[in-house]
Design a binder for this molecule. Structure first.
Ligand code: PXP
Length: 236
């Protein structure tokens, strides 16, 4: 299984001061040096974390693959076709949400999504659809021409360790199986952390996991001791 790291939160922190650090470019480099097989950034409509400038720089500096998460809008399609990331992951987007809350309703917008996928695919960009693990969304996704789906693991992650875990896990398991039988490659992500990630091994053939929040959160604490120590050295 491959690991894609979502670096949006690095940009969130940078934007808190409006300056240049921490740098998403440096973050991407460190992730790659330590085994990330792709770097994901979500260019949101409100640009609350990653900015256009970041994507334009990252496409030049990333040595693995840039996976651009984006909404199904004309503006984003134009940017993707101009920047040419290795892949795009189409997500639903609501301005008010803190993070991507649900999967894309592919079944309810089959014609629109199919039309949207075509030029991206023709340009050589791999297309993935971020969907809930349900039969109708998987079946619809297979009709769009997209090569990948990314299963939304949020419900599984939230239910981990509770009596709902098994039900939520089974949905992912069955959805992945169905998708693969329809010729789709299957990624997964959202809410995965250092505890709940291990069960992803039980799902056959998962291609890549996309993880952001738990990795950046962990990095704060694995790095804090050294950061304080270095500053202490400078001022003693
Ligand atoms: N995959 C998609 C499509 C997402 O929208 C996100 C969140 O930005 C992730 C994966 C990563 O989720 P998390 O930050 O919870 O690991």
């Amino acid at each position: 299984m491959l690991l894609g790291v979502n670096i949006d939160h690095i940009a969130t922190l940078r934007n808190a001061r409006g300056g240049v650090e921490p740098s998403p470019v440096l973050a991407a480099e460190i992730c790659e040096q330590n085994g990330a097989t792709s770097i994901t950034t979500h260019l949101r409509e409100d640009r609350r974390h990653i900015k256009d400038e970041d994507v334009r720089t990252l496409i030049k500096t990333i040595k693995t693959k840039l996976n651009l998460e984006m909404a199904v809008t004309e503006e984003m399609q134009k940017i993707a076709l101009e920047i040419m990331p290795a892949s795009v992951c189409l997500v639903p987007e609501k301005r008010q949400e803190v993070t991507t809350e649900g999967g894309l309703d592919v079944a309810g917008q089959l014609e629109k999504i199919t039309k949207f996928v075509k030029p991206l695919k023709e340009a050589g960009i791999e297309v993935s659809l971020f969907i809930d693990p349900t039969e109708d969304q998987v079946t619809a996704s297979a009709k769009t021409g997209a090569q990948f789906i990314e299963l939304h693991t949020g419900c599984y992650s939230n239910s981990f360790g509770t009596d709902k875990e098994e039900i939520e896990f089974k949905k992912l398991y069955e959805a992945a199986k169905l998708a693969q039988s329809l010729g789709l490659k299957v990624n997964a992500g959202h809410g995965l952390n250092y505890e709940n990630v291990s069960r992803m091994h039980e799902i056959n053939g998962l291609y890549e996991l996309n993880i952001g929040h738990s990795i950046v959160s962990k990095a704060v604490f694995t790095g804090l001791a050294k950061a304080v120590e270095e500053m202490k050295d400078l001022i003693k």
